[in-house]
Write a protein that binds this ligand. Sequence first.
Ligand SMILES: Nc1ncnc2c1ncn2[C@@H]1O[C@H](COP(=O)(O)OP(=O)(O)OP(=O)(O)O)[C@@H](O)[C@H]1O
Length: 955
Amino acid sequence: MEPADRETVTGLPPGIAAAREDLTPMLSQYADLCAAHGDALVLFQVGDFYEAFCEAAETVARVCEVTLTERSDSTGDYPMAGIPIDNAAPYLESLLDAGYRVALGDQVEDAAQASGLVDRAVTEVITPGTVVEDDLLESGTTNYVAAVAAEDDDSAETTVGLAAVDVSTGECLVTSGGPDAVAGELDRIAPAELIAGPDAPAFEPSDAERGWTTHDYDAGAFDRRTATERLEPYLPAPERRFDADAELRAAGAVLAYAEYTQGDDGPLSYVTRVRRYDPRDRLRLDAAAQRSLELFENRGLGASDTLFDALDETNCALGRRCLERWLRRPLVDADAIRSRHDAVGELADRSLAREGVADALATAYDLERLVSRVSRGRADARDLRSLHRTLAVVPDLKATLAGAEGEERPTTDDPALPRTEHLRDLGDRLDELAGVRGLIDDAIATDPPQEITEGGVIREGFDGDLDDLRATEREGREWVADLEASERERTGIDSLSVGHNQVHGYYIEVTDANLDRVPDDYRRRQTLKNSERYVTPELKEREEEIVGAAERADALEYELFVDVRERVAAETERIQALADALAELDALASLAAVAVEHDYVRPELREGVDESPDADGAATAGVEIEGGRHPVVERAEDAFVPNDADLPRGSVAVITGPNMSGKSTYMRSVALAVVLAQTGSFVPAQAATLPVFDRVFTRVGASDDIAGGQSTFMREMSELTEILHDAGPDSLVLLDEVGRGTATTDGRAIARAAAEFLHDELGATALFATHYHGLTDLADERERVFNLHFTATREDGDVTFLHRVVPGASSSSYGVEVAELAGVPGAVVDRARDLVAAEEADRWRAASGAGREDAVDPADRSGEGEAEGDRDGDASLREFLAEEASEDGSRSGSEADTPPESERAEPTGGDDDRPAAGAPPGLAAELRDLDLARMTPIEALNALHDLQSRVDDDG
Ligand SMILES: Nc1ncnc2c1ncn2[C@@H]1O[C@H](COP(=O)(O)OP(=O)(O)OP(=O)(O)O)[C@@H](O)[C@H]1O
């Protein structure tokens, strides 16, 4: 993000520095502002434009695509480029996008009143993390700037403090942890900007697209004492409020930076909520999990196909941001989760209330950003009216929650609504702020202009003095309006007219033909081609009265407006608390709407030991989902196939099945159900019982995740490392084709070792999708490992995926068929089939040649010494051979002497792929007699199955 030439254009442009001694007073003022803001590009107000000079002008011209012009003065010629202040937003956005911080050097006194050079000062430094302009902010998303500070205590690991503030809403979060934990938090918060204290470790975003720009900031701001002093206006006794010094120092620094960007005008009064949190209080979803579960981004499908989009039925920006926060940080406290479920359930049941809430909130403005503008003294009269309109929905909302008209009352003994404590609390938190609402309504005109210095913003009746001034003005204007008629009558000049212009004010105009009838008290003011313009002493007097009254009224209006704004600002905390309540209500109503529209069910949370009758008493409750669906994929698929999941706590499900059969979708459905449930949402299933997890880890195979940077395999391994270090009994782990990014033998070994470690050492609940069929043996060797697989049917060479999960291990990969489906040219597909067949035949020969011992265990076959690229235990090869044989009957005779490996057709719960090398002789004869040339592949498969079951029976 850092532009290459940034050094040369932030701060003082070299061209200006070189001419510093000779500059005109104005450019010298520009130079001073540049020098004081060395890390920013200064835009300097000259009338209606923001200008930049010399090298800075070249940058502005290039980045904003505006014309580079030249300014000439007595001291020389300087390149100059400007952007119009009225329409600055798109240009500022370009500069921010290019990685610049922009300091606005505004005129801070009225140019008309200034004697000499107009005073200018930097009123705001706009940075990616601290923008507050609505035009530059995406509504409904949070925009953080974060700071990190390191603390070396005696413990083995450095503690890193992390503080983040959203300058547009006043939200401030503080936490701390080891470098890894903080890296995870940063990924989750995804700040736009990161400022690093001295000695803080470097934090790189794990996802460049959602990444931040990092820069060092004034080390002094991270000093403990300075930070404590900085924090004092925000919260009393800051040194007692944080867990670690590093937290306090990060918080002090981030607020120092935020204040600096807001014009260094003292504490930000709207930052009223400095909240410390412990990441362990939330379900941890690091960047890899957020990415692979496609919570907020989807690189494959359309960008909007994310879990967040599927859940977002919010009606206002407040609710949208709240829902996003919830989804980024789901809960781990079972009672808190149940409480949200209660509220969602009630809103789901009460459709009238839900719709009433939605309608009311749809008219709500972004209260958090409004109140921050109010307390920054940036709000105009329209903002106050928007605030008023938002406050006006509160009584309706309270009434709606308490039971909308026509709504069926509950039939229980207690007819009160809301029924749930959560919604009752929320109803109580809906502060009507009647005083603020009344004040704005009394004071501010209903449809005020944007400008607050030119009158028209204060309502009549609010202030007696103002009304008197406006009355004087109005009467004066009426007198002038009547003047034309009375003067015509007095002078007898029918064409006499009264007019007004900016330069001369009011005048009486008489055409040359009537000049002889002009009365004596007329004083000539202006001569035109065919007429003369006059004033009378009385008109002059009236004019002064009108202008004087208007000017005083405008000034008084401004004063009154500022006073009203300050009185509203004094209620910042209450308004923010209301904003929180509205946001939560909107988020809950959104979850309820989704639950109803998409048929979600309330998950039952089960904590601790599983006391169900069939549990052995020691096992803790696991995941039990009936008819679960993937919340995003189900909306894109016409016929989504629901699947069950039954994962006892600490179990490892090894999932096999052909490509495209639905393994990843299934695993993600399970993880998403957990995330949704802990967010407070219902889940897409017929029934769900879930434990509360503390972390969800995901590792998705190299080919499924192509985020650049590191080698994909390296990245895969570092993610795996993290999982194997940090996962525990309360973690849910999704491993999708681990090991796929390297040679098969190594990959398979890593996959197996990782699965064993997860089971034996970590006790995590895991879903493990793999194409390494040898892994399914683990089910025989480990108590809590079991196999699941997906099936497909094949008819006339066409593969149909059933998308249904069934117990046991799979037999087929159908890789070549999928290649064919994808449109790989026929010649390549045919050749691939030949190669598969040939390789498999080699293996048979090798296996039977090595004798029965070696041929028995497929896991051994897939071990040492096998050629790279070998497909582990892949029974589809055998099917191909069978098919081929059926096409060429001559081959079946000789090769059938070595009977094919038995095919595992349906779930066997981890039975081995035993070749029929030692099958009873009768069976061999039957096998030989099969007329493969006349059989369809399915018939052949059935026949094999029959034989195989008899091998088992006989054996
Ligand atoms: N339960 C389901 N019902 C209907 N369609 C499904 C279902 N599950 C998956 N699909 C469809 O099948 C496609 C492939 O699914 P998925 O990516 O989960 O397969 P996979 O087995 O993980 O494949 P691979 O091994 O190639 O990664 C999905 O994009 C989706 O369109």
